[in-house]
Design a protein around this ligand. Structure first.
Ligand code: MF3
Ligand code: CO
Ligand code: CO
Length: 251
C-alpha cells in the first residue's frame, strides 16, 4: 500500500530529509585522494549523533556501516573500511537518517581528485536521470513514468541501467511501497497522488547493466567491472511539481 502523508507528516519528512542531505553533503566534501571510506563513515556517524538522529543503514539486515560507500565498479552497498581513495576514483555515498519518527535517504557520486572525462559524463548523466525522473513525480502521472524517464536518458547516453536494485517509497520506514524500477515503459502502475513520498535512485553503469554481489554478501559490483554512478533524492509528489526534500542546508 502506498501511503499519502498528512501535512504534519510531510513537515517531519522535510526536517529529517534536510538533516540527511546536510550530513551527506558534509561527508562528500571530505572525499579526496588518501581518504579512507572508514574515515567518511566515522564522520557521518559523528554528524548524525550531533544532529540527534540515528543512522538508518547501521544494523539494517546486519549492515555494519553508517553510510554505504561504493567505489568505481561498486554499484551500491559498499561497506566502509580500510580502502584508500586514489586520485581518479569515484565514490558513491548513500546515507539514511532517522529523526522524529521518519527517514531521509539520499546519495551522490563524487570524484576523488581528477577523473576521466568519460567518468565525469557518467556522473552528470546519472544526475540528469534522477532529475528527469523527479520531473515525472507529479499527481496524475503513473508510477512507471518515473521509471521510464530514467531509462530514456540513460539509453540515449548508451549506458546500462541497473535492474537488480530499485527506488522505493519512504516515510516512517526506510523502504516502503512501492518499488520504483529505473527502467520500463511509461503509463503503467499506480496513479501518483500529492503527498506520496519516494526515494528515487538511478544506478547507472558505463557498461553493461548486469551486476553481481561480492562474497562479503553486500558489495554489489558491475559484471564487467566498469564504473557505476548512483544519485538519490527523497521527494514528495506534488500537484504541479515534485518537492525535493533532501536539499542540504549549506551554511
Ligand atoms: N541503498 C539502499 C537505499 O538507498 C539502502 C542501503 S541499506 C544497507 O535504499 F543496509 F545496505 F545499508
Ligand atoms: Co539510499
Ligand atoms: Co534508497
Amino acid at each position: 500500500m502506498i501511503t499519502i502523508k498528512k501535512p504534519a507528516e510531510l513537515d517531519a519528512m522535510r526536517i529529517v530529509a534536510k538533516k540527511t542531505a546536510t550530513i551527506l553533503h558534509k561527508v562528500a566534501s571530505k572525499v579526496a585522494p588518501g581518504v579512507t571510506t572508514k574515515e567518511l563513515d566515522d564522520y557521518a556517524a559523528e554528524l548524525a549523533q550531533k544532529a540527534e538522529g540515528r543512522c538508518a543503514f547501521y544494523g539494517y539486515h546486519g549492515f555494519s556501516g553508517h553510510i554505504c560507500s561504493s567505489v568505481n565498479e561498486e554499484v551500491v552497498h559498499g561497506i566502509p573500511g580500510r580502502r584508500v581513495l586514489n586520485d581518479g576514483d569515484i565514490v558513491s555515498i548513500d546515507f539514511g537518517l532517522v529523526f522524529g519518527g521518519f527517514v531521509g535517504d539520499t546519495a551522490i557520486t563524487v570524484a576523488a581528485g581528477t577523473i576521466d572525462p568519460e567518468w565525469q559524463l557518467l556522473l552528470d548523466k546519472t544526475q540528469e536521470c534522477l532529475m528527469a525522473a523527479i520531473g515525472q513525480a507529479v499527481e496524475g502521472n503513473r508510477l512507471s513514468d518515473i521509471s521510464n524517464a530514467v531509462q530514456v536518458v540513460a539509453d540515449a547516453a548508451g549506458y546500462g541501467v541497473v535492474r537488480d536494485f530499485v527506488g522505493h517509497g519512504i516515510g516512517r520506514e526506510l523502504h516502503e511501497d512501492p518499488q520504483i524500477p529505473n527502467y520500463g515503459p511509461p503509463g503503467r502502475g499506480p496513479v501518483l497522488k500529492a503527498g506520496m513520498t519516494f526515494a528515487i535512485e538511478p544506478m547507472i553503469n558505463l557498461g553493461v547493466h548486469k551486476t553481481e554481489t561480492l562474497s562479503d554478501g553486500w558489495t554489489v559490483v558491475t559484471k564487467d567491472r566498469l564504473p557505476s554512478a548512483h544519485f538519490e533524492h527523497t521527494i514528495a509528489v506534488g500537484k504541479e511539481k515534485a518537492e525535493i526534500l533532501t536539499i542540504p542546508d549549506v551554511a
